[in-house]
Design a protein around this ligand. Structure first.
Ligand code: GDP
Ligand code: IMO
Ligand code: MG
Length: 424
C-alpha cells in the first residue's frame, strides 16, 4: 500500500480540513506531517462546525486512526483545548488518536520568543500566528528541542528548565518582558499531564507496519506550498516543509511509498499575514471576495487578503509536489461574478516569465491576466455545473496537466462533487 498526500497549493486555508474529512472513510489512517497550531482546519457537518489545529481532520469518523506525526510541533495547551471540544461533542478521541514520540513540543517561552522576534522586526514582521512555530523549529534544527518522548523520561522537568533558562536569556537580549510566564507554565505542565492520556508511539514503525498490513493512509498537510520554508515567498513563510517531500520526513515514509498527491486550491486566492501576493485585490473586488467567502483566519480571526487565481504559482506548486490530482474549493464564492480574472504570467522588471521568481515581491511583479466568463448563477452538487464553470475547470486542467478530481461548492461535507470514478 502507498501513502496518499493531501496538501495546499497556495498560502494555506484552501479547505484541507473539509476535504480530508470527506475522504476519510476511504482511509484507515490520517496522518498530519508538519506545522502545528498555526493551522486552522475547518470542518462542517450536521449543522456543526469544528476548527482543528493539531488533530488530524479524520477524527470524526469511526474506524479511522489519526496520527500527529514527528514533523508536527505540538502545544499541549492547544491540543488539550481541541480534545476538550471533542469530549463536549461526545467524540471518542481516545480510540482514534495517537502521537509520535518524535514530535517536538512548543514551550510557553517559544510563544514569547515568537512575539519578541516579530516585535523586533517591526514593519518587516512575518505576520506570524504567534503560536511559537518558528522558535520551536529553530530549536529542533538547532538540536535543543524537547520532544513528546521526553515526557516519559525522569529528566523531563530538568530538560524543560534548562531550555526555558536558555529562552529567558534570549528574551532578555531582545528586551522582551516574560510577563505572565508563571501562569503559562503552570497551564502548560497541567496540559502535559493531560496529554499523557493519549498513546505516544514510534510513529515511523506504526505507519510502515500499517502499510505492510495493507492499510490505506492519507497524509494531511498544513499551510500551503507558497509558505514552504524552501520554496515559498521567503522570508514570509512558515518554518516547515509544507510540500510533498515534507510528508516523507514528517512521517518516516520513503519517497517511493507516495501514491496519489492531491493538490488543493481555491478558485481564487487568499493570504493571511505579510508578504508578496501579486494578484491581491486591494479595492472593492477584494472586499467582495472576503465578504462572500468569509475570508477571516480560522486560527487568528485576521482578515485574509484576497485576489485572483495565480496560474504561475499554481503550476509551480503542481511541479514541486508532483501533484496527480487537483481539488478546487470555494468555486461557489465566485457565483455572483460576471467576469473572473486569472493571472497567466508575470512581467518581472519588464521581463516576461511564467516561472515563480526568486524575488516574489509584488512591487517588481506586474501580473499578466486574462478575463474569463463567470457563471453568474448558483451552483449545487446535485445539478450539472454551469458551462462557464466547466470551462474554468477545463482551463486549469489544460494549463496544469492535472485533472480536477473534486470540486467543493460549500463548507459542508455534503457540498462536495467527486468528479472522477476513482476518488468517488
Ligand atoms: P484549511 O486550513 O485548508 O483547512 O482551510 P480553512 O478551514 O482555514 O479555511 C477554509 C474555509 O472555507 C473554512 O471556513 C471552510 O469551512 C470553508 N470552505 C471550505 N470549502 C468551501 C467551499 O467549497 N465553499 C465555501 N463557501 N466555503 C468553503
Ligand atoms: P492552514 O493549515 C494560512 C502564515 C501566517 C504567517 C506565516 C508564518 O490553516 O492552511 P507562522 O505562525 O507559521 O510562523 O506564520 O504563515 N500561516 C498560515 N496562513 N493558513 C495556515 O495554516 C497558516 N499557518 C501559518 O499567517 O503569514
Ligand atoms: Mg486554515
Amino acid at each position: 500500500m502507498q501513502v496518499d498526500v493531501l496538501l495546499g497549493m497556495q498560502w494555506g486555508d484552501e479547505g484541507k480540513g473539509k476535504i480530508v474529512d470527506v475522504l476519510t472513510p476511504k482511509y484507515d489512517l490520517i496522518a498530519r506531517f508538519q506545522g502545528g497550531p498555526n493551522a486552522g482546519h475547518t470542518l462542517e457537518f450536521d449543522g456543526k462546525k469544528f476548527v482543528l489545529h493539531t488533530i488530524p481532520s479524520g477524527i470524526f469518523h469511526e474506524g479511522t486512526m489519526n496520527l500527529i506525526g514527528n514533523g508536527v510541533v505540538i502545544d499541549p495547551v492547544t491540543l488539550r483545548r481541541e480534545i476538550n471540544n471533542l469530549i463536549e461533542q461526545g467524540v471518542p478521541y481516545k480510540e482514534r488518536l495517537i502521537i509520535s514520540r518524535k514530535a517536538h513540543l512548543i514551550l510557553p517561552t517559544h510563544r514569547l520568543l515568537d512575539a519578541a522576534s516579530e516585535a523586533a522586526k517591526g514593519k518587516d514582521k512575518i505576520g506570524s500566528t504567534l503560536k511559537g512555530i518558528g522558535p520551536t523549529y529553530m530549536d529542533k534544527t538547532g538540536r535543543n528541542g524537547l520532544r513528546i518522548g521526553d515526557i516519559e523520561t525522569p529528566e523531563f522537568e530538568q530538560k524543560y528548565r534548562a531550555l526555558k533558562e536558555k529562552h529567558l536569556q534570549m528574551l532578555e537580549r531582545l528586551n522582551y518582558a516574560a510577563d505572565g510566564l508563571d501562569e503559562m507554565e503552570k497551564d502548560w505542565m497541567d496540559a502535559i499531564a493531560f496529554i499523557q492520556g493519549i498513546p505516544f508511539v514510534n510513529s515511523e514503525y506504526y505507519i510502515n507496519n500499517a502499510l505492510k498490513d495493507g492499510k490505506k493512509v492519507l497524509a494531511e498537510g498544513a499551510q500551503g506550498s507558497l509558505l514552504d520554508i524552501d520554496f515559498g515567498s521567503y522570508p514570509f513563510v512558515t518554518s516547515s516543509n509544507t510540500v510533498c517531500a515534507g510528508a516523507c520526513t514528517g512521517l518516516g515514509i520513503a519517497p517511493n511509498m507516495i501514491g496519489e498527491v492531491y493538490g488543493i486550491f481555491k478558485a481564487y486566492c487568499t493570504r493571511v499575514g505579510s508578504g508578496p501576493f501579486p494578484t491581491e485585490l486591494h479595492e472593492a473586488t477584494g472586499q467582495r471576495l472576503r465578504d462572500i467567502g468569509h475570508e477571516y483566519g480560522a486560527t487568528t480571526g485576521r482578515p485574509r487578503r484576497c485576489g485572483w487565481l495565480d496560474m504561475v504559482a499554481l503550476k509551480y506548486a503542481v511541479m514541486l509536489n508532483g501533484v496527480t490530482k487537483l481539488i478546487m474549493t470555494k468555486a461557489d464564492v465566485l457565483n455572483a461574478f460576471e467576469e473572473i480574472e486569472v493571472c497567466t504570467g508575470y512581467n518581472v522588471r519588464g521581463e516576461y516569465t511564467e516561472e515563480f521568481p526568486y524575488d516574489h515581491s509584488a512591487e517588481i511583479i506586474e501580473t499578466i491576466t486574462k478575463t474569463v466568463k463567470g457563471w453568474n448563477q448558483e451552483v449545487a452538487v446535485d445539478a450539472p455545473l454551469p458551462q462557464a464553470l466547466e470551462d474554468y475547470i477545463a482551463y486549469v486542467e489544460a494549463e496544469t496537466g492535472c485533472e480536477i478530481a473534486i470540486v467543493s461548492l460549500g463548507p459542508d461535507r455534503k457540498q462536495t462533487m467527486l468528479r472522477d470514478k476513482q476518488t468517488a
